[in-house]
Write a protein that binds this ligand. Structure first.
Ligand code: F6R
Ligand code: MG
Ligand code: MG
Length: 364
């Protein structure tokens, strides 16, 4: 069965501050998704959240970039914004950059990850969702999942994965893309994806069959809006088992937390903490950044799940490591590399301070 899986997300209002989501927003989204399912537009859906981001997970047969599906998501965000406004939640409608829908939510603020594929006999899917970080946060884990034999033993000992995977990398500044065939292109690819603020892994496919393996949101709100008005809080869909890495190989990179951008005021680096969905309420220094993983089996497009995959004591040590890393970084206060470089901060007073002090600068 040919299916499209669409994950479309937006921050349409935080509760409290930017830390979490009010249940009334989830309920409103649930109503609208349920009615779209009733009308036959969706096969199935799951409404969930990561921190203050509303996540619409939808299966359908309309293909990627479909106007009706994107409009459904947009209308849902608008309705949820109205609920957020009535509760005077913080930043109601903050990710909706336009007043009216024009065919596709891309470039309008929401994040989108979609993939179209033929459902296998058993189709295992993991959807990663992160809060307080940017799309490039997936670069390191995707590299480990699909190219690092120290993480994914299947690359070495499973003959259906031994040829490797092809990575599509986007230059989000210049709007260009390039494919890297791994393992042979690993060294070249790392030159780029090690700079995740600019080069972002958009998708990964299985080299032998061309089957799609992973798809990420790469919208950079900063560039979309022409100025930095929020973080991307990205999502990433990964197919698992059989031709693809096992669930445990896909989750394993998050057992060794890495540093990502996007903490407090979108202007700090900090460690990414893997948590259960109810624990995705970043409020220590508005963080640290969080990642959740929702696992599903698909049954003719029906989303059987979610299983909250980081709700597992095996990730307790990662969470503890994140707290230690967070304390270490916080000690640096307003200094880099805790604070982001000047031109990457979401908030800055530099122009006004520079202007005020202009006459006090002297040649040296
Ligand atoms: C939002 C975020 C927060 C805010 C901070 C200030 O995702 O990361 O750290 O940037 O709470 O928010 P405002 O400017 O909305 O008061
Ligand atoms: Mg917010
Ligand atoms: Mg958010």
């Amino acid at each position: 069965m040919e299916l499209t899986l669409s994950v479309i997300k937006a921050d349409v209002g935080g509760y409290v501050g930017h830390s979490s989501m009010h249940p009334d927003l989830l309920q409103k989204a649930e109503e609208l998704m349920s009615s779209a399912k009733g009308q036959g537009l969706l096969i199935d859906y799951c409404v969930t959240r990561c921190g203050d981001d509303l996540q619409l997970i939808m299966t359908h047969q309309q293909g990627e970039d479909n106007e009706q599906i994107h409009k459904l998501a947009w209308d849902t965000f608008i309705e949820c914004t109205n609920v957020a406004k009535s509760l005077k939640l913080h930043g109601a409608g903050q990710d909706l950059l336009s007043d009216s829908f024009s065919g596709n939510v891309k470039g309008m603020g929401p994040g989108v990850a979609e993939m179209q594929f033929t459902e296998r006999q058993a189709e295992t899917i993991i959807i990663f969702m992160a809060d307080k970080t940017a799309s490039g946060a997936w670069n390191l884990p995707l590299y480990k999942i699909f190219a690092d034999p120290f993480n994914t033993i299947g690359l070495v000992i499973a003959s259906n994965m031994h040829s490797g995977f092809v990575f599509e990398v986007h230059d989000v500044k210049e709007h260009k893309k390039i494919n890297f065939s791994c393992p042979e292109d690993i060294y070249d690819m790392l030159v780029f994806i090690g700079a995740p603020g600019r080069y972002v892994i958009k998708s990964v496919s299985h080299k032998d069959t061309g089957e799609i393996a992973s798809s990420s949101s790469t919208q950079k709100l900063s560039f979309t809006a022409g100025r930095y008005i929020g973080k991307d809080d990205p999502v990433c869909i990964v197919r698992s088992q059989g031709l693809f890495p096992a669930v445990g190989e896909i989750l394993e990179p998050f057992a060794s937390p890495h540093i990502v951008e996007g903490w407090m005021r979108g202007s700090h680096n900090g460690p990414l903490m893997p948590v259960a969905i109810p624990q995705s309420n970043p409020c220590r220094f508005d963080g640290p950044p969080r990642v959740v993983a929702a696992g599903f089996q698909l049954a003719n497009g029906k989303l059987v799940g979610p299983r909250d995959l980081f709700d597992d004591p095996a990730f307790d040590d990662a969470r503890q490591q994140v707290n230690i890393m967070a304390n270490f970084m916080r000690r640096m206060g307003p200094f880099e590399p805790h604070r982001l470089p000047l031109d990457e901060m979401e908030y800055t007073t530099m122009p006004e301070v520079m202007n005020k002090l202009a006459s006090r600068f002297q040649d040296i």
